[in-house]
Design a binder for this molecule. Structure first.
Ligand SMILES: Nc1ncnc2c1ncn2[C@@H]1O[C@H](COP(=O)(O)OP(=O)(O)O)[C@@H](O)[C@H]1O
Ligand SMILES: [Mg+2]
Length: 251
């Protein structure tokens, strides 16, 4: 059974794209067939992580929303772009082919249906084991359209006051939307903190399973969203944590 996993957050810049790309890479290295849909049509980023150039993207998620292509035409096999041969496959639906192109965002019930159909088509036509959706953050209707397709919603948060409050509001809304499974990943925790304590506190605060507490690392920042951490640092403890999270989310 294929799993549709939504990577969501209250705000931009918490690590959604970074985590989605690493999870996809690690699942594919275990032999799974994985796709990522980047829905951030206004701020596309995931294609950079996989080294997919604008000129090599025939179509994007934006084109699909505009009715200019089928979802399969927007799905690019990026497995060969990685510097390592993988047992599985990774397909990427980039958010937008040209940054200057009018960005159409997910908006309403019609778009929810379009996204739903697109996900199902990709799962069936590509024989996917997992589909990851990199969302538009927040609690606006626009942000919540994508939530309706998820088997599992992963809420990414940092430890700032803004994340603390925003995540609380988002979780209240998400809980009314009938998502089968909702979990948390804390990202960019200062390495000096006690991670077990953070996990317990977050579980109690949000009454929700914490799948991972990931450290803030200069090595991640230094990649500047242009490479995949788990590929560059296969033996790092962060890679081990991400692999455990990937297995947890797809089992
Ligand atoms: N654990 C981490 N440690 C250090 N920097 C991180 C970490 N996770 C993400 N980043 C950095 O934070 C920035 C935002 O991450 P990104 O994945 O683009 O966020 P989002 O998709 O939520 O907007 C990027 O520059 C990324 O390299
Ligand atoms: Mg992003």
């Amino acid at each position: 059974m294929s799993k549709t996993i939504l990577i969501h957050s209250f705000r931009h810049g918490v690590g959604r794209s970074t985590i989605a790309a690493n999870l996809a890479f690690l699942l594919a290295s275990e032999g799974q067939r994985v796709a990522i849909i980047d829905t951030s049509t206004k701020a596309p980023a995931t294609h950079l992580l996989f080294g997919l150039k604008e000129d090599d993207m025939a179509y994007s998620f934006n084109d699909y929303l505009l009715g200019q292509c089928d979802i399969q035409q927007a799905a690019h096999n990026v497995t060969g772009h990685l510097k390592e041969s993988l047992k599985g496959q990774i397909f990427l639906v980039p958010a937008n082919t040209k940054s200057e192109k009018t960005a159409r965002q997910l908006n309403d019930a019609q778009d929810a249906l379009l996204l739903n159909t697109g996900c199902q088509t990709l799962i069936d036509s590509l024989g996917l084991d997992a589909l990851l959706i990199d969302t538009q953050p927040g609690v606006s209707e626009t942000a919540l359209v994508a939530i309706t397709v998820a088997d599992t919603l992963v809420m990414i948060l940092g430890l700032s006051k803004q994340d603390y409050q925003g995540t609380g509001v988002t979780m209240d809304v998400v809980r009314q939307l009938d998502v089968p499974r909702v979990v948390l990943i804390v990202n960019e925790a200062p390495t000096a903190f006690d991670f077990d304590e953070i996990e317990t506190k977050m579980e109690q605060t949000y009454n929700c399973e914490v799948v991972a507490v990931l450290p803030h690392l200069d090595e991640v920042m230094a990649l500047a969203n242009k490479d995949i951490f788990a590929l560059r640092y296969p033996n790092h403890s962060l890679t081990t944590q991400l692999r455990k999270a990937a297995i947890n989310l797809t089992s």
